[in-house]
Structures are given as structure tokens and as C-alpha cells.
Design a protein. Structure first.
Length: 430
């Protein structure tokens, strides 16, 4: 049944496009407009496409697929917009509407279902990652040359993947850790799916740092994936299901804050209230969850920074800002504050510090060439700082900057580290 114009307006969030006055303030901050130079690949252009759908001027919805598929969803345009256009909401709704109508082949449908329902929410990904690295499969794969033939340049990403943590070590992750000294806050720690699978060490260091700073830490059982990758891919129903599971799980913890260490995860959890706003029985609970959701840098800064930091005299450090921390959570000062608390470092801000690095969830995998164009521009700005350490606060950004370092042949002189890794290193926490 063909939807009416009113139905399309509601589904595509047409009313939210009316705040756009087509001024163009979004153009200079849009990574895809900067690298592709097309109006349809700018926020203003994409919004105009949705307006034309709502006004019946576009009836073939397939013309929206490439512009919206190639959007990174960095939401820098929202920060730049003088009229408060809710671009993220328009993007999310449009992608969901397009996915619903797209005729996918059976293999693609099965792959999407498997990835979004069974892989990303599963805690077993980390065990499979460890098995691949420790069983000899990784060595066989490298010797066979198959890594160079993998689709989506997966071999490039495999080469920069972090060391794996064994199932036994993962099982030993404490569920409760008492903070040192007088308790400043009780926090419930969000482990995430990618962070838990590939960056378990950063999770462990996060718990230790929080305890060192005076926080009692609880790792809540039955938590799951935040749902960000699902929401960004148009799988809104699955994102909502995961959000509800997390809300229910964390409601059991009597915590001051729900703490995460991944900018992308934190952004969606910050917006659970928006995600579930239309569901009466969940809206209030979701908003309460979002109000408690904090990036770890906010909590550490509120505790009075990290104790026992040793001098790193003369070390030059720069900071790759997570788009979703900057433009969605609006967390900008705390990571820098923590870095500046390290004695002796020279902190140098990049030019266009708020510009996306091109990671954007799985964007750098499914749109590798476009992502690398954006990364190359970011790496020029990073190199201009002459920093020996690039700090990030998001797993995707971390892998992207590691890849950028390899592409620029800087692996002998430049490191990319998560903020938590760097602070733990400086504080002597291993």
C-alpha cells in the first residue's frame, strides 16, 4: 500500500526540516561536503531532499539512499546551526524509513539480522576474538595472504587491532570495586559490546581509575549493547529493544552515575529519552537513565582529577575529539582538563579539532575510500601539531587514528591511545 503524503511527512520527520533556513553555516563543518563538494552530501542538501519528499516533489525515495548512506552522522552541523535544526533526528528517521523500504537480497537480510541481533549485543565476540589470535588462526591467515584479499579492507583493521583478553581474564572482571578513601560517588559502569570485546583492557583500567579517584564501582549484570550501531543503520526497533534492556538492568543499581568510556555509546545513551519519547511506559524511565549517563572523563574530573600522576616533561600531546562526545553529549572541557593535569606535557590543539576523523561506527569499513579521504585530512592536522601522542575517547576514533599513523608511516614516532590508557600509564596503573 502506497503511503500518503501525511504518512511520509511523519515518518521522515518533515516538520523538523522547517527550522532549516538554508543559510549554509553547516557546510564548512561537514566532512563529506568538504571532501566530496556536493550539495546533496551536505546537511543542508540532505534536509532539502527530505523536504521535497514531504512536499511530494520526490517520489522515488532511492535518490536519498546515497546522500544519507554517506553521511557520517557526526552532527557537527547541529553545533554550527543557528536555528537549532535537529539533524540527528531527521537522519535517524530517514535511514529507518529507507531501510524499511529497501529490497535486500536474502543473504544480505540474514547478514544484517545476524550482525545486529546476535553479534553486536553478544559478549561472546571477545572470546571469538581471543580464539582467533591465540589458536594460531591469525598466523595461518597472515601466512596464507588471505588478509590482503578480505573485503572492506578488513586486513588493514585487523593489523591494528589490540591484544586479545582471554575468556578466563574476562570472567574475572570484578562486579564491585570499592573506591579508595572516602567514597565520592557510586557509579555503575557500562561495559559496551565493542569495548568489552576488543578493548577489555581499557574497561579494566577504567574501573581501576574510577576506584583510585574515590568511586565505588558496580558492573551491572544483564546490561547489553547500547544500540548505537543499530540506530545509525536504521534498525530503530532493535535499538529500542536494547535500550529497554539497559534501562531495566541499570535501574537495579543505586548509582549516582552510569559511566561509559566510549563517545559513541555515551551519545546514544544520552539520547535514550529521545529514542523512547513516544512510548509512554518508557519515556520517563529513559529520560532518568539519560540524566545519569556520563562519560568517564566527567566523573574523573568531578572527583578532582586522577591521583599520583607522574611528570611527562616535554611530551607533546594532541587530542582527537569524538564527534558524539562533542556534538551530542557536549562533553568538551573535561578530557582536556584531565590531560592538562598531567605534569610536564605540552598540549597542542589540532586545527579544525572538531572535524570528524572518518571512523563513524562502521563507516570506515563500509565506505573505506570516503573515510580515508577524511582521515588523510585529519592526519595532516595531527602531523602539524608535531605531537608524539594522539589521545582519543572513542574506540572507533582510536582504531582510525592508529590506521592513520600506519598510513603516514609514523608508527615509530607517534602513538594513539585512549584517554584512559594514557592516564593509567602516567599514574602507573597497569
Amino acid at each position: 500500500m502506497t503511503p500518503s503524503l501525511e504518512q511520509l511527512k511523519e515518518e521522515f520527520k518533515y516538520e523538523k526540516t522547517n527550522n532549516c533556513v538554508q543559510c549554509g553555516y553547516c557546510l564548512p563543518v561537514c566532512p563529506t561536503y568538504a571532501t566530496m563538494g556536493k550539495e546533496t552530501h551536505s546537511p543542508r542538501g540532505r534536509i532539502n531532499l527530505v523536504k521535497m519528499v514531504g512536499e511530494g516533489k520526490i517520489t522515488d525515495l532511492s535518490v536519498l539512499e546515497e546522500p544519507f548512506d554517506l553521511c557520517l552522522g557526526c552532527r557537527a552541523c547541529e553545533t554550527a546551526c543557528p536555528t537549532g535544526v535537529e539533524y540527528g533526528s531527521i537522519l535517524e528517521a530517514t535511514r529507518a524509513a529507507l531501510v524499511k523500504r529497501k529490497k535486500l537480497s536474502i543473504p544480505v537480510r540474514l547478514l544484517r539480522k545476524t550482525m545486529f541481533r546476535n553479534v553486536f549485543p553478544s559478549k561472546r565476540i571477545g572470546n571469538a576474538f581471543w580464539l582467533y589470535k591465540k589458536s594460531g588462526l591469525q598466523k595461518v591467515a597472515h601466512r596464507s595472504g588471505i588478509m590482503k584479499k578480505l573485503p572492506y579492507h578488513l586486513g588493514d583493521f585487523e593489523a591494528i587491532s589490540p591484544p586479545a583478553v582471554s575468556p578466563a581474564e574476562r570472567y574475572r572482571t570484578p562486579t564491585q570495586v570499592k573506591g579508595k578513601g572516602v567514597t565520592k560517588y557510586t557509579v555503575a559502569f557500562f561495559t559496551g559490546c565493542i569495548m568489552d570485546a576488543m578493548f577489555q583492557r581499557i574497561n579494566q583500567l577504567s574501573i581501576r581509575l574510577l576506584a583510585e579517584a574515590g568511586c565505588d564501582v558496580v558492573v551491572v549484570p544483564k546490561q547489553t549493547c547500547c544500540g548505537a550501531l543499530h540506530a545509525h543503520s536504521g534498525e530503530l526497533d532493535e535499538a529500542k529493544r536494547l535500550a529497554k534492556q539497559n534501562i531495566t538492568a541499570f535501574e537495579q543499581a543505586e548509582a549516582d552515575f552510569i559511566v561509559n568510556n566510549a563517545g559513541g555509546c555515551g551519545a546514544l545513551m544520552h539520547e535514550y529519552g529521545h529514542l523512547l519519547a513516544d512510548e509512554k511506559e518508557w519515556a520517563t524511565r529513559a529520560s532518568a537513565f539519560s540524566a545519569k549517563s556520563m562519560d568517564i572523563s566527567q566523573v574523573l574530573a568531578a572527583c578532582g582529577d586522577v591521583p599520583n600522576l607522574q611528570s611527562r616533561e616535554g611530551e607533546r600531546v594532541t587530542y582527537q575529539r569524538s564527534c558524539h562526545m562533542t556534538h551530542v553529549q557536549k562533553v568538551t572541557k573535561e578530557p582536556v582538563q584531565l590531560l592538562l593535569s598531567v605534569p610536564g606535557i605540552e598540549f597542542v590543539e589540532m586545527e579544525e579539532a572538531n572535524m570528524c576523523c572518518g571512523s563513524a561506527g562502521i563507516y570506515n569499513i563500509v565506505h573505506y575510500d570516503e573515510s580515508m579521504d577524511i582521515l588523510d585530512k585529519k592526519m595532516k592536522d595531527a602531523k602539524d601539531t608535531r605531537a608524539s601522542v594522539i589521545i582519543t575517547t572513542n574506540p572507533g576514533c582510536l582504531l582510525q587514528m592508529k590506521l592513520g599513523i600506519e598510513r603516514e608511516n609514523l608508527s615509530g614516532s607517534v602513538r594513539a591511545l585512549h584517554l584512559i590508557e594514557y592516564l593509567s600509564e602516567v599514574a602507573g596503573i597497569s
